[in-house]
Design a binder for this molecule. Structure first.
Ligand SMILES: Cc1ncc(C[n+]2csc(CCOP(=O)(O)OP(=O)(O)O)c2C)c(N)n1
Length: 323
């Protein structure tokens, strides 16, 4: 990997981390309304995979979607404004965290419905194939989503039609309050790929290098017309399921162990400094720029107006004239 790539990865991981830690702080301070699920600890996944995509490729995301949006190139100011419920946000302040989408960069949306993005990605990949426009699709979803019907239906259809789609299961070991082995019959979710005759790959989700290498195989296969792949990335959710989760279902030591020994950004920094690939000055400069960028996004959000109540019924799906 050349220096430019390593710095880009570091910047993307830090942009996600600082954005999420800031959202956590501002939510707890009462500045952000609604319901927010953080992506802290999973940054290497969105970073490596979106780095392999073109702007016109598609992704679908989840309720834990800020990292995917940032990695795909979404505007951080509009994201923050949306979280703050302001008119300048992606949904004019009326959607919040779980509705952030940006079709111009192929970000087809976060999704409050677990497993809801999977078949949207299959549809996007079908469109890419029919239009022969070279676009591929990536669906990000959790271990919990891999037990939904949409997962099985979507992969089956994509396999039959050899669609250019990559199913990325972010196995962060917890599905809300349930340890994944209490709801998932197999240790490795990737083995489910064999039921649909497609490759199943496993990556260390907290190692950006490994995610990149495994995803690269799947992306190349999709681009060559070889059809879909299932990539399971093993990671860990270090924050609560949502901000404010009392986390009565797991031990504090389990989280501490992950924070100390398996943090994806710490591991990246350790490797690039041990191998003299990047200097601490180069990393610090990125840190400073990212902190400034997120600060500007917060100021933009705080100084933006709330939508007027007269806009409450605008932008709704209207059928037969009934709102
Ligand atoms: C269809 C559906 N069922 C249940 C829920 C409630 N719910 C929200 S998040 C969640 C857990 C999802 O776990 P996972 O897919 O592993 O993703 P993670 O939260 O770990 O990122 C559940 C059950 C929902 N939003 N949609």
């Amino acid at each position: 990997m050349n220096k430019g790539t390593l710095l880009r990865w570091y910047r993307t991981m830090m942009r996600i981390r600082v954005f999420e830690e800031t959202v956590n702080e501002k939510f707890l301070a009462g500045e952000i309304p609604g319901f927010v699920h953080l992506y802290v600890g999973q940054e290497a996944v969105a970073t490596a995979i979106c780095d392999l995509l073109n702007e016109s490729d598609y992704i679908t995301s989840t309720h834990r979607g800020h990292g995917h949006a940032i990695a795909k190139g979404a505007d951080m100011k509009r994201m923050m404004a949306e979280l703050y419920g302001r008119e300048t946000g992606y949904c004019k302040g009326k959607g919040g965290s779980m509705h952030i989408a940006d079709f111009r960069i192929g970000m087809l949306g976060a999704n409050g419905v677990v497993g809801g993005g999977i078949n949207i990605a299959v549809g996007a990949a079908l469109a890419g194939k029919l239009l022969d426009n070279g676009r591929i699709a990536v669906s990000f979803f959790g271990d919990g989503a891999s037990n939904r019907g949409t997962f099985h239906e979507g992969i089956n259809m994509a396999a039959i039609w050899k669609l250019p789609v990559i199913f990325v299961c972010e196995n962060n070991q917890w599905s809300s309050t349930t340890f994944y082995r209490n709801s998932t019959a197999v240790e490795d979710i990737a083995v489910r790929a064999s039921a649909y005759g497609i490759p199943g790959l496993i990556a260390d989700g907290n190692d950006v290098f490994d995610v990149y290498e495994k995803a690269d195989e799947a992306v190349k296969r999709a681009r060559k017309g070889g059809g879909p792949s299932l990539l399971e990335v093993k990671t860990y959710r270090v924050k609560g399921h949502f901000i404010g989760d009392p986390e009565k279902y797991r031990r504090r030591e389990e989280i501490m162990e992950q924070l100390e020994n398996n943090d994806p950004i710490k591991r990246f920094v350790q490797r690039v400094t041990d191998e003299n690939l990047l200097s601490s000055e180069e990393l610090t400069q990125v840190d400073q720029e990212v902190v400034e960028e997120v600060k500007n996004a917060v100021e933009f959000a705080q100084s933006s107006p709330f939508p007027d109540s007269s806009q409450a019924y605008e932008d709704l799906f209207v059928e037969d004239g009934v709102q």
